[in-house]
Every structure is written in structure tokens, then in C-alpha cells.
Design a protein around this ligand. Structure first.
Ligand code: ATP
Length: 374
């Protein structure tokens, strides 16, 4: 456990606003990638005039469960609820499981506890960034996948029924959550359009041709779309979306979809960006938000100091932007954008590359390169 305040209170500027960040270092490579992200956040806040950060680590995860029988202690949950934002690396270990055989996943518990319905997964390939696709001249991959994160096929997680011959899980889609989700998507597209990042298009990704639940999902989307006449609202089936994410991802702006579809498509999005090691994410609700990389705890490379910290650092950048927008601290938004640009600069330069992307740089060297670029 640690608590780090980014400024000496006696020296800090009087107008500076302090934000409490609950940090979950997690399992596997979690602590290794948290270290550079926290150091960078501290450095940014140290030199900021308008904000401070107090970063406090809290216990949770599979290793903690193995030691104590608790995966997310009540005190950690309470601290997360009281914090201004939550920064989480990755949790879960394949060998540590609940009695029913499922993996320990407090990150999913946090999404449910704080109603973090909007899973935001930016898919962006900056100049010089590794991607398996050949991007035609004049085209750019820069879209956002929004994955509903509290219901869908994850609704019955832990309560599905399994008998000798029959296994059942329940998919649930509610009007209340879907309305909030679509509003979030349309507002994001409005913001991206205003900043020149997209044409203002929201695509509802579903399987409305087969399942009634998705026809319901789509009908709510269409009703919400009416409030945004300046945006383009269209639909795509999830299977076709997987195809188009490979064939013409530059056509997308904002995609919004159900939990399980989003889970799968966001890994495909990470593949477009060169790998899980560079794919950030956020799970956002009306009040609280968790920022964490798309990847898991990567136990196969844990403890070797070679995990790629970029996804974690980009998630920290998203956190700064979210806090800055929510609390109207432009300097924080600026620092978030500056941090993302620093990561993209290091990737474009191609000198500091971790093993997952074909290089030999360590986690610490990569963090240091981002710090230097800042
Ligand atoms: P989860 O189900 O929790 O998302 P997962 O089982 O899909 O996890 P990950 O832990 O994400 O799997 O790992 C998948 C692969 O990607 C592994 O080979 C892992 O080493 C690699 N990987 C994931 N994150 C990173 C990273 N930050 N740096 C380097 N390699 C990574």
C-alpha cells in the first residue's frame, strides 16, 4: 500500500484542486505497468499549476484472494467509490479461481457496483505506429468503440445454470441502461465532430436480424438518435462489423454495442493498433470511472520486466482528460493530450519498443522514454 501526494501542501498553489485517485495495481504484470504510469502522473501533476493528484494504492485481485479469501475488500470498494477516479492495471490469475471455476475479476465487480455502463475503447493508429493493415493514403484509423459494460451477456456472470447436459446464461438489455449508453455515444460523437476528429457518425452494432433483444436495443438507439439531428446514426450487424474493422476501419467514427460483442470487437481493435500492449480503455458511468488497459494480467510474462506499459499510460491519459472535462480543468485535458502525444511520439520514433511489438525494451525503459518525451 502506498499513498503519494504529488505536491507538498505547503508549497502547492492555493488555487490548485486536488484529485484522489484510487489505484489498483492488480495481478501479474499489473504492478510493473502501474509503476511508470503512476510516476508519469506524479510528474505531470508536480509541474501543473491548476491541479494535484493523490494516488493511493488499494488491495484487490486474485493474489489478494489467494492470501485472504477476499477479491475486493469492502474497504477497497469504499475507497474506490470515494475517489475522484480509479486507475486499475489488470486483475486475475488463471490458477486462482472461485469455487465455481470462474476467474477472480474485481474489475467487473467495480463496473457493476458503480454502474459504469460505457466501456470506451479508442482505436487509433498514429503515424508510424505498427498495424497489420496497409492504410491507404489519406485514410486514418481513429474511431471509438463503446462497449456496454454492466449487462448484456455478462448479466448472468456467476449465476448461469449448468447441469450434466445443459448450460444456460441470460442476456439482459434494459431500456434505462441502453438510453444512457446511446446518449453517451451521441455526445461523444458530437464532441469528436466539434474537435474535427470524426464526421459525427454513430453506428449501433447488433444482431437485430436474429434476436428480439437486439431489435429492442436497436429501437432504443433509433429513438435516442432523433435528439441528435446533426449526427449520422446507422446500424451494422456484429459479424459484418468484424469484417469491416479489417477491411475499412477508417470509415468508422463511434461504434456502440452490447457487452460481449464489445468485449470481442475491442480485442480486434487492439489488434489493429498493433497489439493489446497499446490499447487503452475506460469504463465510465454518470459519476465514477475506471481507467485500465484492455489487456489482462499476462501471467506468462509477469515478473520479467518486459510488459508493455503503453496501454496503461494511455489509460492514465484518458483519466486526465475525463477528470479535466468533468471538473472544468483545461490544464488536465491538455496534459492528457500531451501524454498521449508523448506515447505516440515514442512509438513513431521506433527506438524504444517492447517485446510484444518486436523489440527488446524493458517496461522501465519504455516508461522512461515517455517521461523524456514529455
Ligand atoms: P483477460 O481475459 O483478463 O483479458 P487474457 O487471458 O485475454 O486476459 P492477457 O492477459 O490480456 O490475456 O494476455 C494475452 C496475451 O497478450 C499474452 O500472451 C500476454 O503476454 C500478452 N500481453 C497482454 N498484455 C501485454 C502487455 N502489456 N505487454 C506485453 N504483452 C502483453
Amino acid at each position: 500500500m502506498y499513498t503519494l501526494s504529488t505536491k507538498d501542501e505547503k508549497l502547492g498553489p492555493i488555487m490548485s484542486r486536488n484529485f484522489d485517485i484510487a489505484v489498483f495495481e492488480g495481478d501479474g504484470i499489473g504492478p510493473e505497468i502501474t509503476q511508470p504510469a503512476v510516476a508519469i502522473l506524479q510528474k505531470l501533476a508536480d509541474s501543473a499549476a491548476g491541479y494535484d493528484l493523490t494516488l493511493t494504492a488499494h488491495p484487490a485481485g486474485a493474489a489478494h484472494y489467494a492470501k485472504t479469501g477476499e477479491s475486493l475488500p469492502q474497504a477497497s470498494l469504499d475507497a474506490a467509490g470515494q475517489a475522484d477516479a480509479i486507475l486499475l492495471s489488470a486483475m486475475g490469475l488463471p490458477d486462482v479461481r472461485y469455487d465455481d471455476g470462474t476467474e477472480i475479476s474485481p474489475q467487473i465487480d467495480l463496473r457493476k457496483a458503480f454502474n459504469l455502463f460505457a466501456g470506451v475503447r479508442p482505436v487509433r493508429v498514429a503515424a508510424g505506429q505498427r498495424t497489420p493493415l496497409k492504410i491507404p493514403d489519406g485514410r486514418e484509423i481513429d474511431f471509438v468503440l463503446i462497449r456496454e459494460s454492466t449487462e448484456g451477456l455478462f448479466y448472468s456472470q456467476g449465476t448461469g445454470t449448468v447441469t450434466q447436459d445443459d448450460a444456460r446464461e441470460t442476456l439482459r438489455i434494459t431500456r434505462d441502461v441502453s438510453e444512457k449508453l446511446f446518449r453517451f455515444a451521441f455526445q461523444l460523437a458530437t464532441d469528436r465532430k466539434a474537435r474535427g476528429l470524426g464526421p459525427g457518425r454513430v453506428t449501433c452494432v447488433d444482431k437485430a436480424n436474429v434476436f428480439r433483444a437486439f431489435a429492442f436495443f436497436r429501437s432504443i438507439f433509433d429513438a435516442e438518435a432523433k435528439a441528435y439531428p446533426d449526427l449520422i446514426a446507422d446500424h451494422a450487424y456484429v459479424d459484418a462489423t468484424a469484417l469491416w474493422m479489417v477491411q475499412k476501419p477508417w470509415d468508422f467514427d463511434v461504434l456502440v454495442t452490447e457487452n460481449m460483442f464489445g468485449d470481442i470487437l475491442s480485442d480486434l481493435g487492439a489488434g489493429l493498433m498493433g497489439g493489446l500492449g497499446v490499447a487503452p480503455s475506460a469504463d465510465i458511468g454518470l459519476e465514477q470511472a475506471v481507467f485500465q488497459p484492455c489487456h489482462g494480467s499476462a501471467p506468462d510474462i509477469a515478473g520479467q520486466g518486459k510488459a508493455n506499459p503503453m496501454a496503461m499510460i494511455l489509460s492514465a491519459a484518458m483519466m486526465l482528460e475525463w477528470l479535466g472535462l468533468k471538473h472544468e480543468v483545461p490544464e488536465m485535458c491538455g496534459d492528457g493530450a500531451r501524454l498521449r502525444a508523448a506515447v505516440e511520439g515514442v512509438m513513431a520514433e521506433g527506438k524504444t519498443v517492447t517485446a510484444d511489438l518486436g523489440g527488446q525494451a524493458s517496461t522501465a525503459e519504455t516508461g522512461a522514454a515517455v517521461m523524456a518525451a514529455l
